[in-house]
Write a new protein. Sequence first.
Length: 149
Amino acid sequence: MTPPSVGAAGGADVAAILAVLDGAYWPFAARFRPTALRENADSVAAELATWLVAREADQVTGCVKHYPDGDWYTLCFLATRAESRRRGHAGALLDEVAVRARSAGHRTVRIALRRSLTGNVDFFVRHGYRYLEPFPTGEHDLYQLSMGA
């Protein structure tokens, strides 16, 4: 299996990013309102530099938002198309976030994870993220990847 290519999102990727987010997060909308579903074409385009996309055969298969956040780096809205799951696309996006965080001088990457989504929590733990503390929402916990000196 060939790994996807991962890189910065471009203006032509906005609709594809929204489609990936919708496909990944709408299934949860009956239980809670995922923050990712607040994204729209204007918000993604306005912060395009904070988005990475995974591609396979010139199709966007996944996305993640990432940015420096004080002393650490934050990621959110990691999502892949259903047909790309369990094929390394999300892991490739996480790897690129870590590369960009290190390049920006950060040694920690953080994400707030909804504690009821145990599969998501397990995914991040398998990728080296560790529980840090409760997140202020009361429904999430903060997880951190420490990359050392």
